[in-house]
Each structure stands twice: as structure tokens, then as C-alpha cells.
Design a protein around this ligand. Structure first.
Ligand code: FAD
Ligand code: 2HG
Ligand code: ZN
Length: 464
């Protein structure tokens, strides 16, 4: 094992030996070829460097690692699948990376309680398979399912495509095990649905972005597995009309699972990227889904009928392969955008009454600032969440100006600058647009209480 060189980090040597003493030589990576993948995010926009990637295999090892880093005052970044979108999972300021991937134990499903206990490093796909084999499903699903982890999803309070039915990650978490910044372990995993014995530490960890503790395990609610699913791709003439369709479907389709949106520019981009023509094309396309113990096709058809005139005939699919073919035009947008350039990703949420107006103007607002940009809109329309992806910023242009223009438009419409991806390093300078000085002071006080040495992801959210 190579020694830590102090390049840019100021870390004392001997750290690696101490880390090796805790987790073993195989689980401390220092060779830059081995650590490189941990030091850059999925989009390639956020890059850093790290003196070491440490991969503990148990809660005790996590606690020992945190304790030794706290003693030396060395900051760390927790990292799960590294699929986060806001630069929160990479060591942008030379932090040690604590990878949770080895904490991947999945306990048997507790069918009586409808719950399961999962290690923080369990990947979402595996959790879904495990739940389904026991006759359940897990309520959160998202495009990064083959890489994102339970711990990362809790730390970001991930949303995804089923929020309108089951809520985001916070609504799935009944209990937690976590290591706080001083190395102490909090464990509350009994999974009692009712438990008013003080502060909800599990709830606090949701959306905390690795600043309050390292999540090592979680007790998660499961939902019924539905074997009948119908998916439709619905063409709509405008964003205002799409909002009406979403509202009508929510009011009429009891088994509604998803109402997702792809704007015209994003649809053309993803179709080009896939090399496949979409079955429907319009100003806005919705991917809607219903799932139930019986075939929900008629229920969804009646809901669509109640929506009045659409911009064409919906494409409908019930078998797995055909449904997946429709979903590719929605879930493939992120990859298609990435293939076209390094994006600025803005993940905003608006009140229902303001969303169409925002969506109709945001592209122009960005374009006025930087005419070389292209703006793509897509997202989770059923719960008011629009992803605004901007590519093609002119070199030398201050990218913050684009972010600021979008966020000011969001705030003018009483929306939020982050719906589901979090704040990370990307948006921390804009957090004050949504949070008052009193709220930010409370955030900072919470951080100090949970992490007195200020070592847990110090550069995200409200920097320590
Ligand atoms: P990471 O990226 O590794 O980390 C994210 C944050 O959590 C960082 O701040 C990190 O420090 C912290 N963290 C990680 N593990 C822990 C832990 N055990 N304890 C404490 N802190 C921790 N997100 C959505 O919400 N909805 C979507 O629909 C969605 N779709 C996506 C589609 C694609 C193709 C991609 C690439 C990403 C998508 N994302 C989406 C973003 C991302 O997948 C989520 O934010 C996810 O929750 C991150 O999980 P992760 O394990 O990759 O976390
Ligand atoms: C999605 O909904 C993800 O597809 C990713 O949250 C959004 O790429 C993005 O900006
Ligand atoms: Zn999303």
C-alpha cells in the first residue's frame, strides 16, 4: 500500500496504515488508477481527488474509520453508487472517500410486517428482486436502479417514478442504523409503525446528504407486488394540457403508478440517441402507468378518455418488453443528454398552477443569457417535478448565471430549487433562495450536534 502523499490535502502520512489497520489492506485504495472512478461523478462535471478510498465491511469498521478520521480532523465523503447528480458524492476538496458498497447484506423479507432490513450498500435492483421474490415491491424506483444504493437513496431522499403513489425515500424508511460524526452508532431498526419516543433520527437522515451520519443499515417498508401493469405513451399539445391530463388521471385512476413527462426537444434527442422512432410525438409526451392485482387497462383507458382531446392516439403496452420499449424514451433521456454534452442539471419543483408557465419560459430565459445553449425538459410531472437540463454553455460563460436565472424563475413561482436530487456542492450557494436565515442556522446547529469535528461531507448543503 502506497503512503498518502500530502498533495493538496495536507493530510499527515500514517493515515493509510491506520485505515489498513481497521479494514485490511485490500479495502484501502490509494493508487490513482484505482481511486479515479470514485473521484468523478456520473456526468463528468464534478471532479476531485482523494488520498484514499476506504471500504469498510461492517458498522464497527465504519465507526472505527470515522473515529480515526475525526481524531485527525480529516474530512470524508460517503459514497454509495456515485449516481448522485449534485456533486455530493465525490471528493471535490480532497476528502477521503468512504465507500459503503460492502455493506450489502439483505435480510430475509419480514412478510408479517411487510418490511425488510437492508445494508446501506444494497443496490436498488437487488432490493427490488428480493422484495418481488417474496410477493412485495419496493416503493421507490428510478433509472439508476442498477447502481444506486439504499444509503445513497436515503441520504438524498430519492424520488423517482412512483412518488405519486408511495412517496419518496423518506416515506419508505421505518428505522435506521447510522454512524455519527464522532463514531457513535445509533440503531433503531425494530420497524415499529408507531413509535413516538422522541426525535425521528431515521427521518432526519433522509435528505441529509451524508452530513449527519453514515447510514449503514435501514429498515424499509414494502408494498404489495402487482402482477398486472399497463403503460401508455400519451401525446399532449402543451405543458398546460399535460398538467390537466395529470390532474385528471390522479383523480380518476385509483391504481395510478406514474405520470412522467418528456418535452419535445428531449424526446427527439433520446429518439436520435436510441436510433428508434417514438410511437407518438407531440409538444409533450407523457408516460403513464397503472398497476394492480387485476388488469388495470380499462381503468387507465377510462382515465385517458376523461382527459378529453389529446394530441393523438396513445401507444399502450401491457407485456414487459413492450412496456420497457416505451419507458426507454423517458428513462433514456439522462444518458442521451450526457452523450450530447456535459449538462447543467437543474431539478426543480413548482406548484401545479405555475408549472406550465415556468416550463414555457425557462428555455427562453436560459437562451437569452447564452444563445449557444439547448434546454431539455423532462421529469415527474405527476408530482410537479421538472428536470431542466442545459447543454452547450459557451466557454468562458459563467455557468452560475444560468443556474441563477432558472432558480430565480423557480422562486418567483414559489417553487423549490431541488425536488429530489438534493443540494450537494452544485446548489449550496443558492440554498438561501428557499431557506431562511433561521432555517440555515438550525441546519448548521444540527450539523454541529451530529458531527462535532465537522468531517462529514463538509462541502455540501450548508458547508461547515
Ligand atoms: P451517491 O451518489 O453515492 O451519493 C449521493 C449522496 O448521498 C452524497 O452526498 C453521498 O455523500 C451521500 N451518501 C451516499 N451513501 C451514503 C450513506 N450510506 N450514508 C450517508 N450518506 C451517503 N434521483 C432521484 O431522486 N430520482 C430519479 O428519478 C433519479 N434518476 C436517476 C437516473 C439516472 C440515470 C441517474 C444516473 C441518477 C438518477 N438519480 C435520480 C440520482 C441518483 O441516482 C440518486 O440521487 C440516488 O439516490 C443516489 O444514490 P447513490 O447510492 O448513487 O448515492
Ligand atoms: C430522472 O428523473 C432523473 O430521470 C435524472 O432524476 C434527471 O438527468 C436528470 O437530470
Ligand atoms: Zn428524476
Amino acid at each position: 500500500v502506497a503512503r498518502v502523499t500530502a498533495t493538496g490535502t495536507g493530510h499527515a502520512s500514517g493515515l493509510v496504515d491506520e485505515l489498513v489497520g481497521v479494514v485490511g489492506e485490500r479495502h484501502v485504495l490509494v493508487d490513482p488508477d484505482m481511486t479515479a472512478g470514485y473521484a468523478v461523478d456520473w456526468t463528468g462535471r464534478f471532479r476531485g481527488s482523494t488520498p484514499a478510498v476506504v471500504r469498510p465491511g461492517s458498522v464497527e469498521e465504519v465507526a472505527d474509520v470515522v473515529r480515526l478520521l475525526a481524531r485527525r480532523g480529516i474530512p470524508l465523503v460517503a459514497q454509495g453508487g456515485n449516481t448522485g447528480m449534485v456533486g455530493g458524492s465525490v471528493p471535490t476538496a480532497g476528502e477521503v472517500v468512504l465507500s459503503t458498497r460492502r455493506l450489502d447484506r439483505l435480510e430475509p423479507v419480514d412478510a408479517l410486517a411487510g418490511q425488510v432490513t437492508a445494508g446501506a450498500g444494497v443496490v436498488l435492483d437487488r432490493l427490488h428482486e428480493h422484495a418481488e421474490a417474496a410477493g412485495f415491491t419496493f416503493g421507490v424506483d428510478l433509472g439508476a436502479r442498477s447502481s444506486c444504493t439504499v444509503g445513497g437513496m436515503i441520504a438524498t431522499n430519492a424520488g423517482g417514478i412512483h412518488v405519486l403513489r408511495y412517496g419518496s425515500m423518506r416515506a419508505q424508511v421505518v428505522g435506521i442504523e447510522a454512524v455519527l460524526g464522532d463514531g457513535s452508532v445509533v440503531e433503531h431498526l425494530a420497524g415499529l409503525e408507531k413509535d413516538n419516543t422522541g426525535y425521528d433520527l431515521a427521518g432526519l437522515m433522509c435528505g441529509s446528504e451524508g452530513t449527519l451520519g453514515i447510514v449503514t443499515k435501514a429498515r424499509l417498508r414494502l408494498r404489495p407486488r402487482f402482477d398486472h401493469v399497463v403503460t401508455a405513451m400519451v401525446p399532449v399539445g402543451s405543458m398546460a394540457a399535460a398538467m390537466e391530463v395529470a390532474a385528471t388521471l390522479r383523480a380518476t385512476v385509483a391504481n395510478l403508478n406514474a405520470v412522467e413527462m418528456v418535452g419535445r426537444a428531449a424526446l427527439d434527442l433520446v429518439a436520435d440517441h436510441l436510433g428508434v422512432a417514438p410511437p407518438v410525438r407531440a409538444e409533450v409526451v407523457l408516460v403513464v402507468e397503472a398497476a394492480a392485482h387485476h388488469d388495470p387497462s380499462e381503468e387507465l383507458a377510462a382515465g385517458l378518455e376523461a382527459c378529453g382531446e389529446l394530441a393523438g392516439e396513445p401507444a399502450v403496452a401491457v407485456d414487459g418488453a413492450a412496456r420497457r420499449a416505451l419507458w426507454r424514451f423517458r428513462e433514456g433521456v439522462t444518458e442521451a443528454v450526457n452523450a450530447a454534452g456535459i449538462p447543467h442539471k437543474l431539478d426543480v419543483t413548482l406548484p401545479a398552477a405555475a408549472l406550465a408557465e415556468f416550463a414555457d419560459h425557462v428555455g427562453d430565459a436560459v437562451h437569452r443569457l447564452d444563445p449557444s445553449t439547448t434546454t431539455y425538459l423532462f421529469g415527474h410531472l405527476g408530482d410537479g417535478n421538472v428536470h431542466v437540463n442545459v447543454i452547450g454553455l459557451a466557454p468562458g460563460h459563467d455557468a452560475d448565471d444560468v443556474d441563477r436565472a432558472v432558480f430565480e424563475l423557480v422562486v418567483a413561482h414559489h417553487g423549490s430549487i431541488s425536488a429530489e436530487h438534493g443540494i450537494g456542492t452544485a446548489k449550496r450557494d443558492f440554498l438561501h433562495l428557499n431557506r431562511s436565515p433561521a432555517e440555515l442556522a438550525a441546519f448548521a446547529a444540527l450539523r454541529r450536534a451530529f458531527d462535532p469535528a465537522g468531517i462529514l461531507n463538509p462541502n455540501v448543503l450548508v458547508p461547515t
